[in-house]
Design a protein around this ligand. Sequence first.
Ligand code: ZN
Length: 725
Amino acid sequence: MVDSQYFLPNDIGVAALDCVEAFGLLSPQEKLYAHYLSHASWYGGLAVLLQTSPESPLIFVLLQRIFRKQSPSQLEVVATAAGLSSEEYQAFLVYAAGLYANMGNYKSFGDSKFIPNLPKEKLDALVRASQAFKDDPTEMAALWDSCSCPIYSLMDKQKQLGLGDKGITTYFSGNCGMEDAELAQKFLDSKKLSAYNTRLFKRENGDKTCYEVRLASAVKKDCAVEGECDFCCGCFDFEGKEFSVKRGDYAPIMERVCHYLQKAEAHAANDNQKKMLEEYRRSFSLGSVEAHKEGSRFWIKDKGPIVESYIGFIESYRDPFGSRGEFEGFVAVVNKAMSERFAKLVSSAEVLLPELPWPREFEKDAFLKPDFTSLDVLTFAGSGIPAGINIPNYDDIRQSEGFKNVSLGNVLAVAYSTNKEKLTFLGEEDKDLFVKWKSPSFEVQVGLHELLGHGSGKLFVRDVEGKFNFEKNAVVNPETGELISSWYQDSETWDSKFSSIASSYEECRAECVGLYLSLIKDVLSIFGHEGQDAEDVVYVNWLSMARGGLLGLEFYTPESKSWRQAHMQARFVILRVLLEAGEGLVTLKEVAAADGKPDALVALDRAKIRTVGKDAIRRFLCKLQVFKSTGDVDKGRALYEHYSTVGESGTHNFLRLRETVLLRKEDRKMFVQANTRINEESVELIEYEGNASGLIKSFVERFHDSDKLEADLLELRRLDSSCWC
Ligand code: ZN
């Protein structure tokens, strides 16, 4: 029996990344720009196959060839005839979807290998019975023979990514170890070369060791003159070893990236975007990281674009040495409809802020809209999709020129939503409501949290000249009934004073503002919810907060008694406050499930939200704000730590509940992304079903030069393997 961590379960969550509303509202020019950038991203993302494992490009080509000839439903007929059970065929579809979603046969989160959850003989029978095999038996047999063993192999070294004996990597040739990586880094540093877009191949030539540093570039020819770019190709002696710097890694892929970036340039919205793309093109064409940095500088200057993107060798988590970047490319777009609703919320701030449970004097003199951008992802190519981005990674640029911090709305929405069968800890009737209203209620909560949550409340400050920003003899602390007696001294800030609890406490305050203001009819109207629908949105919003508090326990470490995630801690704190309110508002029970394993059930009494619930949040939120405004770190910390404690409280054993949460944790979801296609001058969005077949189809239809592309990938793979000793 294979350990289940090495395959993806048949019922793994697969969800379509919804971008319809946002994409539909783009102008024709914005759509073209997004279309060409998406193409550049998808083609570039194929480099990840070559960055993951030797067999990944082979498996990709094998799957593309099989599914280009037969759709998943057509192939199912073949599978049944070849003796596969429906579970075995589903396991194959899940494996294929997993390979596409991770751009290789290692999980992008956790870096462990996954293999198909069906016997090798069955997969062998299916491959040989496929139409693709019948049409071209020699080629397909060769392809299948070259990858069938590595697909299934779980030798210790192959179980995870790593260098030398520790695991598999293709950032280095197989004969490299940590000492080679260290020496190469010294060499690169001496040449002021960045490792981001490189790989290292070692060859023993008699008694001489030669290292080849390969730069990702469309141009294969080495640079002829010094100064043509920021480095010089060629051979160098370094500490008794030979290093040769060569261009042309992933050349046919980089060529396609450059081609589409150039196409996108014609539809750029402004000069910054044009210059940014020009520099990226120079980077991918010549292999220059300096050019990519230049492009990133223009990218930072392109503030609040309708179509946002970033592309290149970015994150270095998967290089065992930690300095080589994995390719990623994304295109995300402003959801104009959502932005409009958020803008309405901001323009209602004047009437909404006085509804918050603190005295007028505790509110800012003028409302300042927080810097918050929510984008919907159209395309995210690479090994996985994050819920937010904070780039560039170049430290020198971050410090002097800044960075961008963006929340990816439709990714978050999918991550928190789920199909009914997968919903944990809720009663049957709540599950239906949850599925229906989770996304709309999430949007209301996000808007309130980000804009009026983080945007509200005042800090009392005594400045360097001794002046106060409030009337010292007039402001009364509503908690004590006395004049306020503490404040921030000039140099003190919220973060410096509340240090370790500052971020979670602030998230908790913003979440409470969201819960509290979501009760207001006019707020729900802004988001288009009236009558019973509005009531359901409120109910699901509060219910999902209570459930979120329970799920949050996953991010608590009992050994160190610490929380690892600010938002999840905040939700747990709110759950505690709601439970404490009593009167049957929220009930949390440990139950025995049909599968015999421990389970839990969260319930919320709808009739008590506006009475017991509102009152509990009002009192707690007021305390949070008063301690924050007055810089009363002692009381603030005591309050927050009291509710953050994970132990036994009343009838609840939260440590035991945490075990249940871990036991019933859902696997990471896979996302199905749309394609774009030019249709008589206009760009069409093509969507796919949110399941393994939909994910497979999206990849089959994504590349329009498939024959040539697959040949190029096999050739790149062959070039790599000639260097693996
Ligand atoms: Zn927040």
